[in-house]
Design a protein around this ligand. Structure first.
Ligand SMILES: [Zn+2]
Length: 282
């Protein structure tokens, strides 16, 4: 366990766990993996696609309970953990953008279970953690990390922090105008190991590495902690996901990058701590 208490940071977390009301049927791991292969940690949150995904998982409409069940009430340890990590990413990005004479607007993070309304449609567990640029918000259902563990990643705290930092990386791309430029480019929707979509994802991994590097002098990480983040970056490589779901490994369909490339991208940010190095992706 990393020592998050050393940070003393806080970000804006909206805890909706237990409030959203869709009961989604449990798909098989393969089914879930295929969904993830389409969109895990993705930025390709085109609202129409999300509505379509939500429509295939449930035909019922989203209902909200007004009261949160007691297990999530108050600021529990998980909420505090995500707030601390988000706050530390805010700290890094404010300072990094400041040196580029740009201001940084902090993103929000919504914790949910099963499904919740997002600015990009309906966020569901099956879609996996993602960033919605329309409302500058990260959507996270932590039960996702049990799936990550089954894919050979980790559900440990550092792996979870890496995923949050990756999503914040997409927010930084949004703030820097990179996302808009890429999404307006012809061919953005086509996959492939050298595609724009893969470059956007690898850059978000590199950005997560920059955040991890910024904590080096804060005594947060112990031995093996960074390896946990790297193992998780590998677990969500397109080749690994294709293997685990029983599909043929086909680089032409990749949208997020291979295991090796994702781990290398994280390491590039982590080892150099230089935004300019990560900017080489896009
Ligand atoms: Zn991503």
């Amino acid at each position: 366990m990393a020592v998050w208490d050393n940070l003393g940071t806080a970000g804006e977390v909206d805890d909706r766990r237990g409030i959203s009301g869709i009961a989604l049927g449990g798909g098989s791991l393969v089914g879930i993996v295929l969904f993830l292969a389409l969109s895990f940690m993705g930025v390709n949150v085109d609202p129409a696609l999300l509505d379509q995904l939500a429509g295939t998982t449930s035909s019922s409409s989203l209902t909200q309970n007004s009261a949160q069940p007691s297990e999530y009430a108050g600021k529990d340890a998980y909420e505090k953990f995500t707030s601390t990590v988000l706050g530390s990413t805010n700290q890094y990005w404010r300072s990094a953008l400041n040196t580029e004479d740009k201001s940084y607007k902090d993103p929000r993070l919504v914790l949910f279970r099963d499904a919740t309304q997002s600015g990009c449609g309906i966020a569901t567990t099956q879609i996996g953690p993602h960033y919605c640029p329309n409302d500058a918000t990260i959507y996270l259902d932590e039960t996702f990390f049990d799936i990550l563990r089954q894919l050979g990643g980790s559900n440990g705290d550092v792996a979870q922090a890496y995923v949050i930092a990756h999503e914040v990386g997409h927010h930084a791309q949004n703030q820097l105008g990179i996302m808009e430029t890429v999404q307006e480019s012809p061919g953005y929707r086509s996959g492939g190991e050298d595609s724009l979509s893969v470059k956007l994802e690898l850059q978000a991994d590199c950005f997560a590495g920059l955040w991890a590097n910024s904590l080096n002098d804060k005594n947060v990480f112990g031995p093996g902690d960074i390896d946990q983040a790297i193992a998780s970056a590998k677990a969500v490589g397109d080749d690994r996901i294709q293997q685990k779901s029983g599909s043929t490994v086909n680089p032409e369909t990749w949208t997020h990058g291979s295991s090796a490339d994702r781990a290398a991208a994280f390491n590039k940010g982590y080892e150099t701590g230089k935004l300019s190095v990560c900017r080489e992706y896009l």
